[in-house]
Design a protein around this ligand. Structure first.
Ligand code: GLN
Length: 506
């Protein structure tokens, strides 16, 4: 392979080339930076070649010193809700235009080369910050205050959201991997709509420290890449307790997911590698609400799992439909509280002209927040207000518990739950922009597992109408990221949907 084709390589392949010293991190970084600088999808909000190349030189120094860790020198980019010292962080909002964090998010420092003089993390090189819906609120990336993102499979369509920049950048081979965040589907749904692989871990698996908060009881970081193996490599570095900084981070030892995948593969080639795995299909995920082209691709993928030895069993998640109203009460309630910190005083946008303090708050917030963030603040303060709290917020919390219990009942019959990620393939940019409820309804298959705090992933499963990608959703029980990644990896060894690339010239 020539140097011109480096972007064709995934994380594991690039890491192998770097470890063999066939190519330097500076060369790899320059190659990807050139693609990023030419991109017209709207995927990136910030780049800084000097910073990226300095990080690449630091990675090369570690490689030259003999260090061989599995991500060292490989580039990535971060969703713009992770705060970074070396790049601005906007969360897709005018509220944080030009904001510069004094520290790195835990996930950023665990993946990165570290600041000069510090030991550094896994040694990945940051190429920049990726576009997203404002404060991660949206399903099409059309709520970004800066620009929409185009889906590389069809430039007139959304890449999904809210991690739309991450998904588009990985799909278009602008980066081999990216971080995303998922509150109600924002890793899985854009991964599905752009034909890449993404995993939302169990709530608490990755530290939320330095993630701009949307709904704190739901927010979770995760990797987005082309394959389950690449996601496993990233997640191994991202996950782990962060007791001093995020009290909700789980006190579980770090796991080497990638080593587990490789070990599992080595032992089981030839025979049906997924023998014994029971995959539960909730009837509510396969009803009339899902487009036929999506269902056909999902069923095709499931029959591949059967060929690999898995058995399919029928299960029921009866409260699936209620996950939409429940989520759209709880998430805005938490958002209204989290976004109260943007008051024009401490950081973020401050109005230029105001008469007194109250006027300054009002004008700063009205100018800084876009329509969707404003809508959620209003819904959230309403459902939390005296007189409505019991009727909406408390009721939603009770149903949230019942939804989690339904999953446990289903998991008594199966190991993994499967279904579609999104009821349709990617829609046209603008098609749902003026209709918030249409956006909310599109989250039907991802919200329930988020409310339950369960891990979930999207795995490329073929193509639907218009040649647009379809993702298969796999939902695991708590802490079973390894099982999900393992099943997805076996599927990807047997299929090549995840290797298909859109024909875009960067
Ligand atoms: N689409 C959902 C929302 O708008 C989920 C977003 C997310 O996961 N960040 O809230």
């Amino acid at each position: 392979m020539s140097q011109q084709d480096l972007h064709e390589l995934g994380v594991a392949e690039l890491a192998a080339r770097l470890a063999a010293r066939d190519v330097s991190s500076v060369e790899v970084t320059q190659h990807f930076l050139a693609r990023v600088q030419a991109e017209q999808l709207g995927a990136f909000l910030a780049t800084n070649a000097d910073v990226s190349l300095a990080q690449a030189r630091a990675a090369d120094a570690r490689l030259a010193a003999g260090e061989r860790s599995p991500l060292l020198g490989v580039p990535l980019a971060h969703k713009d809700v992770f705060v970074t010292r070396d790049f601005p962080t906007t969360a897709g909002s005018k509220m944080l235009e030009n904001y510069r964090s004094p520290f790195d998010a835990t996930v950023v420092s665990r993946l990165g080369v570290g600041q000069p003089g510090t030991q550094g993390g896994a040694g990945m090189v940051t190429l920049g910050k990726l576009n997203c819906d404002e404060f991660a609120m949206g399903s099409g990336n059309d709520n970004s205050a800066y620009k929409p993102v185009q889906n590389p499979w069809d430039l007139s369509r959304v890449p999904g959201g809210s991690s739309g920049g991450s998904a588009a950048a990985v799909a278009a081979r602008l980066v081999p991997a990216a971080t995303g965040t998922d509150t109600g589907g924002s890793i899985r749904q854009p991964a599905s709509l752009t034909g890449i692989t993404g995993i939302k871990p169990t709530y608490g698996r990755c530290s939320r420290y330095g993630m701009v908060a949307f709904a704190s009881s739901l927010d979770q970081a995760g990797p987005m890449a082309r394959s389950a193996l690449d996601c496993a490599l990233l997640l191994s570095a991202m996950a782990g307790p962060d007791p001093d900084r995020d009290s909700t981070s789980l006190d579980l030892p770090a796991t080497d997911y990638a080593a587990d995948l490789i070990a599992a593969t080595a032992g089981r080639t030839g025979a049906a590698p997924l023998k014994g795995l029971r995959i539960g299909l909730p009837s509510q995920f396969f009803g009339a609400g899902c487009a036929p082209d999506v269902l056909a691709a999902v069923r095709g993928a499931l029959s591949e799992f059967e060929k690999l030895g898995a058995t399919l069993v029928d299960v029921s998640l009866p409260l699936t439909e209620l996950s939409i109203p429940v989520y759209y009460v709880i998430a805005p309630a938490e958002a209204s509280s989290n976004l109260s910190r943007f008051d024009g005083v401490r950081y973020g946008h401050r109005a230029a002209n105001y008469s007194d303090l109250t006027d300054m708050y009002k004008k700063s917030r009205s100018e800084g927040f876009g329509d969707e963030a404003t809508r959620r603040i209003m819904i959230g303060t309403y459902v939390l207000s005296h007189g409505y709290y019991d009727a909406y917020y408390l009721k939603a919390q009770k149903i949230r518990r019942l939804i989690a219990q339904d999953f446990q009942k289903a998991f008594s019959q199966c190991d993994i739950i499967a279904g579609p990620v999104s009821p349709t393939v990617a829609w046209k940019i603008g098609e749902k922009s003026d209709d918030p409820v249409a956006n909310y309804l599109a989250d039907i298959y991802t919200l329930s597992s988020s409310l339950a705090g369960l891990p979930g992933m999207s795995v490329p499963a073929g193509f639907g109408a218009g040649g647009l990608p379809v993702g298969l959703q796999l939902i695991g029980n708590y802490f079973k990221e390894g099982q999900l990644l393992g099943a997805a990896h076996q599927f990807q060894l047997a299929t090549d949907w995840h290797q298909k690339a859109p024909e875009v010239s960067a």
